[in-house]
Design a protein around this ligand. Sequence first.
Ligand code: ZN
Length: 309
Amino acid sequence: MFPWKRFLETLGAASMVAVAILAVPGAFAQLPQPLVSETTLKKVSDHVYVLMGFPNIGIVVGTRAILVIDTGLGARNGATVVRVAQSLSKVPILYLTTTHFHPEHASGLQAFPPNTVLIRPTVQQEELEKLGAEMTDRFRNMSAQNKDLLQDVELRPPDILFDKELNLDLGGVTARLFWLGAAHTKGDELIFVEQDSVLLPGDIVQDKLIPNLSNNDASAKSWIADLDQLEPLHPRLIVPDHGALGDASLIARERAFLVDLQDSTLELWRQGKSADDAAQAIAAEFKTKYPDWTGNAVANDVRRIYAEP
Ligand SMILES: [Zn+2]
């Protein structure tokens, strides 16, 4: 039996959910339970599998190597991901990359075998070193379950760093790892498996989840520019880090939301409203305007746009 099952039984699943919802601050309130389960495994194309959960974890399988995209929250989830990856193929090389430095994407590293080849954009690695510990503490304080999952996080430096782009030949299939610029964080990485026309965009493209400018280096302006560069890829399938999978139309929808948010914010800025007043007004307006979008990051996003040069 997995320890987390005992944990759930002790506390009762319902109270765990309540604890998680009450304890989660602002922008993360929409997040579901942070457990990855092998029962959610889906094959979505010839070479790409996805574990659906928090977060969605992509696994690209070639004849020579496997690429795992994101670790799950803490070592216990990381171990599940490794087990699933190894069950898909016995190839000798295991690559791991992370879409950004947030704990549900990067903190399960220690569960991966020591010969795992860890790859990251340089800018993401720098951001992790600067902000990772503080963000992990924030996640620990969200719930008893998170605290348990994140009790002893051990990180190590990447084996390969890249600036903008890295093409990874996995044998019979190539994964393009790339960084376009700041968006949800400064170091957001995307992965495109061109042969299967599958894009794994991290948190940059999602299905009606309110985009979250999560720190001072996040940028709405740059996020919109990133989306413009994604448009020509016309992916058949998009596998976001959170929420439902979708087609290329998610890119235009994400862009339209961000442009609307940016324009609405700049309009109030021009009128001389304070950041807090604008945040409150636009959060209320967008609740009515986008009733089926989940999350509550709008007020915070408005403050970030005010602060953007
Ligand atoms: Zn994130």
